[in-house]
Design a protein around this ligand. Structure first.
Ligand SMILES: Cc1cc2nc3c(=O)[nH]c(=O)nc-3n(C[C@H](O)[C@H](O)[C@H](O)COP(=O)(O)O)c2cc1C
Length: 253
């Protein structure tokens, strides 16, 4: 098994490089690792019928690897241009075109990736305003189009004046190192998501029925009143939990 680190920062030894190194140094001993610093490559778009030796070399490294760790800082609230240019130039390798112009995943389908970014603003400001959101979203968009499966993400806000990684982030990098050391087949979190959904619905139904008990004097044994109150209460609770799970819990700090 091989893990490839891809660094798209202006700084070869900056904080993203340190997070990437912390991940790669802590993978299981039998896992091979390699790091590519994108600034060392003259990455230009792939032109049809022309050989592009740089892209070919990078494609080979990506093909040989099972997991990619994509590390790039947030610049102007977006993914760094270095990483974005790499994705743009790689597009013909990442996705294939159907005759009607739709794209389908290319040759890297079912590989896995971990994304890393950082920004100057504080953890609280990043939580409230989502400065790093676009960086992750761009990576996710490209990888989804390419059929590459997400393992997780690491964000480091508050980097102004920071020279080395806080211990909490080092631990997080080490945790992900262990996670990506295990060979995965396709998207094996589907079952987990169904189990989570089952328990969410079971809990919401229980709370809804609990709320209905004191309302019995109003709704009596009328089927339609029972049904209507259940639907409304269940909907409100489900909307709250979905908002929490998809928005609040996933805010990057
Ligand atoms: C061109 C440029 C634009 C930046 N834009 C932002 C920004 O919009 N918001 C922010 O919080 N930090 C911004 N930063 C700060 C970087 O995100 C921060 O320095 C990052 O942690 C550097 O990572 P590195 O040490 O891996 O190079 C910017 C830095 C540069 C060089």
């Amino acid at each position: 098994m091989k893990i490839l680190g891809i660094l798209g920062s202006h700084q070869e030894h900056g904080l993203n490089a340190q997070m990437l190194a912390e991940v790669l140094e802590n993978v299981d001993p039998d896992v091979e690792t390699e790091t590519i610093y994108l600034e060392n490559y003259d990455i230009t778009p792939h032109k049809y019928h022309e050989k592009n030796a740089v892209l070919d070399e990078l494609v080979q490294k990506m093909t040989e690897s099972d997991v990619w760790v994509l590390a790039a800082p947030t610049y102007f609230r977006e993914l760094s241009g270095v990483m974005k240019n790499f994705f743009d130039c790689m597009r013909p390798k990442l996705v294939y075109f159907k005759e009607n112009g739709d794209t389908i995943p290319g040759q890297f389908k079912d590989k896995h990736y971990l994304s890393i970014t950082s920004c100057y603003v504080s953890p609280l400001e990043n939580f409230l305003t989502g400065v790093t959101d676009e960086s992750f979203k761009t990576i996710d968009r490209v990888m989804t189009a390419a059929g590459v499966i997400k393992v997780g993400e690491i964000v480091l806000p508050g980097t102004f004046g920071m020279k080395s990684l806080p211990n909490s982030k080092k631990k997080l990098c080490q945790k992900y190192a262990k996670k990506i050391s295990i060979r995965k087949r396709k998207d094996d979190s589907t079952l987990k998501r169904y189990i989570q959904l089952f328990f969410m619905i079971a809990l919401m139904a229980l709370i809804t029925m609990g709320i209905q008990i004191p309302l019995q004097s109003v709704i009596t044994n009328n089927f339609w009143l029972n049904y209507l109150s259940f639907t409304i209460i269940f909907f409100v609770l489900l909307a709250c939990i979905l908002h929490f799970v998809t928005f609040v819990k996933h805010r990057r700090r």
